[in-house]
Design a protein around this ligand. Structure first.
Ligand SMILES: *[C@@H]1O[C@H](CO)[C@@H](O)[C@H](O)[C@H]1NC(C)=O
Ligand SMILES: *[C@@H]1O[C@H](CO)[C@@H](O)[C@H](O)[C@H]1NC(C)=O
Ligand SMILES: *[C@@H]1O[C@H](CO)[C@@H](O)[C@H](O)[C@H]1NC(C)=O
Ligand SMILES: *[C@@H]1O[C@H](CO)[C@@H](O)[C@H](O)[C@H]1NC(C)=O
Ligand SMILES: *[C@@H]1O[C@H](CO)[C@@H](O)[C@H](O)[C@H]1NC(C)=O
Ligand SMILES: *[C@@H]1O[C@H](CO)[C@@H](O)[C@H](O)[C@H]1NC(C)=O
Ligand SMILES: *[C@@H]1O[C@H](CO)[C@@H](O)[C@H](O)[C@H]1NC(C)=O
Length: 389
């Protein structure tokens, strides 16, 4: 199984055309680029990236650069326009998903040193919003796992205000590799089961700390210089982009400044177990034991689910119960058509994993589903309404 080959392949994959069963996917990416908007220029009110009304989802650093898989922002606003300026550390042509007030996702490519207008008077749904659904909300997610954006300003109508939208009270964190980060899925991280579980609940905050090719054990695997036992403590991931900005001194992630995870789902080991990377079984097991203890140290109350895609689920309690792993065997949920030729889940495979894991979490930990309709995964609506052919 080849899970990963080289970093340069990675970079080119990220910018490639989206393929669907080997065919170019028909997509509708809107052109949102506008001329640059200065601070508080006529008709606009400008907020800096540190405005407390902006909630950052996933990992962002002190320069407001996004990292890992499917990071995003969310805020409420009044008025009828939203534009965002992206800073110099934004990847070239990175595809972002965005939406107004929980309506279907739209996609657009953004790039460094540019301003994009996402909401205007002509945005469908803007006028249809009922007063009871106000304020309007705006969300944006980076779709690729290696690429990121740097937020430099948010602009809204001059007489309008940004509004803080409270966070959900429960938080889940995913720690994984290419499987959790959606490598080879059509919208990459945005199609991944990590994203699908978090967004699928509809009433939880989530963070997908996953990167293709990464090992659990701290070793260079498929060009990722460090393993998750080290990298999970850093704000940035193992990408080439991160090495260009931070070299070998990334910013540490300050867990105390963010809500503690209630559930941590770990899916690691596929790369440790690959002969291309020199990680012994003993190193892997020892690192796994230490890592689970480490996660409990950081989040003392978290429930940790160890997930092994091909064998089932294992849950550990919150009392350092590594040695009495509880096993829930859901083996056999993935069939032939859920695994793509590159040995990663298909879009439907990701959705299937997500729905099983969500049921597992509901049954095991009593988390009820809170989504009431908004789209979770874009462009997976296939149907037949032809009765005879
Ligand atoms: C936009 O992003 C998609 C997906 O990464 C890519 O296929 C396309 O080439 C990009 N377009 C531009 C104009 O950068
Ligand atoms: C824009 O104007 C508002 C007041 O209307 C002010 O609070 C804010 O700091 C200004 N933003 C910038 C970037 O100058
Ligand atoms: C945001 O940063 C600016 C400087 O760039 C500073 O003047 C301002 O006080 C900061 N605001 C908050 C809410 O931290
Ligand atoms: C929600 O949590 C995020 C991540 O810690 C944080 O950036 C944001 O300020 C929080 N939002 C609110 C409204 O408390
Ligand atoms: C963005 O702006 C910065 C600062 O002006 C500059 O150094 C950088 O080359 C620009 N990047 C691009 C892609 O234009
Ligand atoms: C929303 O209302 C404004 C003002 O009445 C109008 O100019 C605009 O065309 C409407 N937008 C849509 C999408 O219908
Ligand atoms: C992968 O895991 C299997 C089952 O535990 C083990 O027999 C094998 O030696 C491992 N391979 C590598 C390269 O770690």
């Amino acid at each position: 199984m080849r899970f990963f080959s080289t970093l340069s392949l990675l970079a080119s994959l990220a910018a490639a055309t989206i393929l669907e069963n080997g065919q170019v996917r028909k997509v509708n990416f809107l052109d949102t680029k506008v001329a640059s908007i200065g601070s508080n220029s006529t008709g606009w009110k400008t907020y800096g990236p540190n405005a407390t009304e902006i909630s950052y989802k996933g990992r962002w650093d002190s320069k407001h650069i996004s990292w890992w898989a499917a990071p995003g922002i969310k805020f409420g606003f009044t008025g009828d326009q939203v534009a965002i300026s992206f800073g110099q550390y934004t990847s070239p042509g990175v595809l972002v998903a965005y939406r107004l007030s929980g309506q279907d996702w739209q996609f657009t490519n953004v790039t460094a040193n540019s301003t994009h207008q996402f909401v205007s008077r002509s945005t469908p749904g803007l006028n249809a919003t009922l007063p009871s659904q106000l304020p309007l909300s705006f969300e944006l997610r980076v779709t690729n796992w290696a690429y990121g954006v740097q937020l430099s300003a948010v602009h809204i109508a001059s007489s309008a205000n940004l509004i803080k939208i409270p966070n959900h009270s429960k938080t889940i964190e995913f720690i994984g590799d290419s499987l959790t980060s959606g490598m080879y899925a059509t919208y990459e991280a945005f199609s991944s089961f990590g994203y699908n579980i978090g967004a699928g609940f509809g009433n939880v905050e989530f963070s997908v700390t996953a990167y293709p090719g990464i090992c659990l054990h701290d070793a260079n695997c498929w060009g990722n210089p460090r393993g998750q036992t080290y990298q999970w403590h850093q704000t940035s991931d193992t990408s080439w982009r991160a090495s260009q900005i931070y070299g070998e001194s990334p910013e540490k992630w300050d867990f105390r400044k963010h809500p503690a995870a209630d559930i941590v789902l770990i899916n690691l080991g596929t790369n440790d177990n690959n002969t291309a990377n020199s990680v012994s079984n003993t190193d892997y097991l020892n690192s796994y034991m230490k890592f689970v203890a480490d996660v409990h140290e950081v989040y003392p109350k978290a429930q940790i689910i160890l997930m092994s895609l091909w064998n089932g689920f294992y849950a550990t309690g919150n009392l350092r119960a590594e040695r009495s792993l509880q096993r829930r065997d859901l083996g056999g949920i993935l069939q032939h058509n859920d695994i793509a030729p590159q040995w990663h889940p298909t879009d439907v495979g990701h959705i299937k994993i997500a729905s099983h894991v969500m049921q597992y979490i509901r049954i095991k930990f009593g988390w009820e589903f809170g989504a009431t309709g908004p789209e979770v995964q874009h462009e997976t609506l296939y149907w037949n309404d032809e009765s005879g052919y």
